[in-house]
Design a protein around this ligand. Structure first.
Ligand code: HEC
Length: 120
């Protein structure tokens, strides 16, 4: 029993020694609350990068959040409204989230949009 445990410890130690710090943050990323919510509730349609290029919304231009075309109003207040109320027939509402959580999603979305724009 004791040797079993020390073998486990050894494996754990070797693994930790082999993973450089940079890779650690890749494997165990520190996600903000907004990013966690976005991944859980939005990414399946809009994509991790917010370009809307997902199997679910492929070629629906309105699901691309990185373009300059806003069908439901521009700016963080308009985004918060869409997130809370959804879009009839296209996007589910998020009325179960608090205003604080919605604000966190908007904040995350804004950084994602900025990043995506600088990449493409
Ligand atoms: C079921 C798929 C789906 C999910 C889940 C979803 N969306 Fe959407 N979203 C859409 C579609 C489709 C549209 C385009 C609606 C329209 O105007 O016809 C849209 C529109 C939007 C818009 C407005 C875009 C514009 O051009 O005005 C924003 C902002 C947005 N979504 C953010 C989010 C966020 C943030 C989440 C997560 C909380 C989310 N969406 C979840 C499908 C989805």
């Amino acid at each position: 029993m004791a040797s079993h445990r020390s073998a486990q410890l050894l494996v754990a130690l070797v693994c930790c020694a082999c993973i450089p710090w940079a890779a650690c943050s890749e494997i165990f990323p520190q996600r903000t609350p907004g990013e966690k919510l976005y991944r859980k509730r939005c990414a399946s349609c809009h994509g991790i990068d917010a370009r809307g290029n997902t199997l679910k919304y492929m070629s629906n231009a309105k699901a691309d959040l990185t373009d300059d075309t806003w069908y439901n109003g521009q700016g963080s207040d308009a985004m918060a409204m869409v997130i809370e109320n959804g879009v009839f027939g296209s996007m589910p509402d998020n009325k179960d989230l608090s205003q604080e959580e919605i604000r966190q999603i908007v904040e995350h979305l804004e950084t994602v949009i900025e990043k995506s724009r600088s990449l493409y």
